[in-house]
Design a protein around this ligand. Structure first.
Ligand code: PLP
Length: 458
């Protein structure tokens, strides 16, 4: 690892001092958020509804959002590159989606019976996503993965599952391990017994997974992988790596699950399977397919999904799925209308062109800097890393950092200049069809200014 001193020689200031000036500036702009944070801390652990939304010294609290813009309760405006955890590919409060949702709300928000809106969204997904011939809706990506693992176990009659270091599949017990490096549990409260059948292999390392299959191949029900690891910092899988997974699963009769909760309908209508030209056996989805409302889904060829079919499969062979709000009409309508917009010619061309442009410009700027910068990207997903070499896994993202504070300083610098993304520790940018060239140029210009400033602290 390259060693960087933190002292600004002339003034005796450190990168920490610079960070603290940014924090002070943020505090000066956000008194109402500070008040809300104090209230929130009394009733919500850490003052937040999900820890990923926390950043130092306290998060801003939102009042409204439109398109690529979001406003906090103090009236500060930000260009939003987090865009609802990546769910809002059309941007915030898209007029057409809002209108269609209002229309359905007049008729009811949750019927608890079957309806055509779920059939229509399912047809759209089946139409676009390779492998999926039949699917079930859930309320989150976590649930989708939980039911997909259960289904894979039911179908193969095997117990073991393989996930990768850096893979984030939600809070489901069996997958909540190795979210960072190694076999570290992602939470207390996960008994060893629950994780005894979860194997953690190295992402983008075919020999690690070959070794796992040699040892356990005949017991492996499924391998679950994100085609582009999101939470790890937007780390695309190598094509060879996904090919190797496909081959190994075929050889050993295991199922390959693509977790496309982020990549589904983001990399294109066909998601990661289309992007990489690799077929999965089960695909899980979430985020975008809900059009801004809670959702998840898992789908597969009919032969596999039939294990959920009450009319065909006897109880002792069935795999259960259900949920009070599963397939609720609001999420179904919003998702369906979103996909109709995504189908319009030019949507992905524009979004991917804009995102590619931003990624390339950021890399260019970074390459001219004294600080090593590596921009990873796929489609409209971008990661910014201050690592000694291009990261290919979470091990690199965390282990090859030249200074662990730099991402935090960047997040705060952008924040006080009206641009927001999360997390503060790993910089992810996710774009929407509402972002403009001017906006990404402004981001790039600020990034250049940021690098000039922090170079002073080398
Ligand atoms: C790849 C991936 N899978 C699963 C999930 C879990 O989805 P949810 O937060 O809807 O439960 C996420 C959430 O960010 C994700 O990024």
């Amino acid at each position: 690892m390259v060693e960087y001193g933190l002292r600004l020689r002339a003034e005796g200031l450190s990168l920490e001092d610079f960070y603290n000036t940014l924090i002070s500036e943020y505090k000066a702009r956000t008194p109402k958020s500070a008040e809300l944070y104090e209230r929130a801390r009394n009733v919500l652990p850490g003052g937040v509804t999900y820890h990923i939304r926390y950043f130092e010294p306290y998060p801003f609290y939102v009042s409204r959002a439109k398109g690529s813009h979001i406003w906090d309760v103090d009236g500060n405006e930000y260009i939003d590159y987090w865009i609802g955890h990546g769910a809002l590919i059309l941007g915030h409060a898209n007029d057409l989606i809002v209108d269609k949702v209002r229309g359905i709300l007049d008729k009811g928000s949750h019927w608890g019976y079957e309806h055509e809106y779920a059939v229509r969204l399912a047809e759209k997904i089946v139409n676009h996503v390779p492998t999926i011939e039949s699917l079930r809706f859930t309320n989150s990506g976590t649930e989708a993965n939980m039911y997909a693992i259960r289904l894979a176990r039911a179908y193969t009659g095997r117990k073991k599952i393989v996930k990768f270091e850096g893979g984030w599949h939600g809070g489901y017990d069996s997958l909540h391990i190795g979210v960072k490096s190694g076999r570290k549990k992602g939470s207390r409260g996960l008994p060893d017994e629950v994780l005894a059948n979860t194997i953690v292999a190295e992402f983008n390392n075919p020999s690690s997974i070959e070794k796992v299959f040699k040892e356990h191949g005949n017991d492996i029900a499924a391998v679950i992988v994100e085609p582009v690891q999101g939470a790890a910092g937007i780390i695309p899988a190598d094509e060879d790596f996904l090919d190797a997974l496909r081959d190994l699963c075929d050889t050993y009769g295991s199922l390959l699950i693509f977790d496309e909760v982020i990549t589904g309908f983001r990399l294109g209508l066909g998601g990661g399977q289309e992007y990489y030209g690799v077929r999965a056996d089960i695909v899980t989805m979430g985020k975008i397919i809900g059009g801004g409302f809670p959702i998840g889904a898992f789908g597969a060829p009919r032969e596999i999904m039939e294990l959920l079919d009450y009319t065909k499969t006897p109880e002792d062979k069935r795999s259960f799925h259900g949920g009070t709000f599963a397939g609720n009409p609001v999420s179904m309508v919003a998702g369906y209308e979103t996909i109709k917009i995504l189908e319009k010619p030019g949507f992905y061309e524009y979004l991917n062109w804009l995102s590619g442009k931003l990624a390339v410009v950021l890399q260019d700027i970074g390459s001219r800097s004294k600080i090593p910068v590596h921009v990873t990207y796929a489609g409209s997903l971008i990661g910014i890393h201050f690592t000694s070499e291009e990261p290919r896994s979470i091990r690199d993202v965390l282990g090859k950092r030249v200074n662990p504070l730099l991402n935090k300083v960047l997040q705060k610098y952008m924040l006080i200049h009206g641009h927001v993304f999360l997390t503060e520790d790993i910089s992810h940018l996710m774009l929407s069809g509402s972002h403009t060239l001017r906006e990404v140029e402004s981001f790039a210009q600020l990034f250049e200014e940021f690098l000039r400033k922090v170079e002073e602290y080398l």
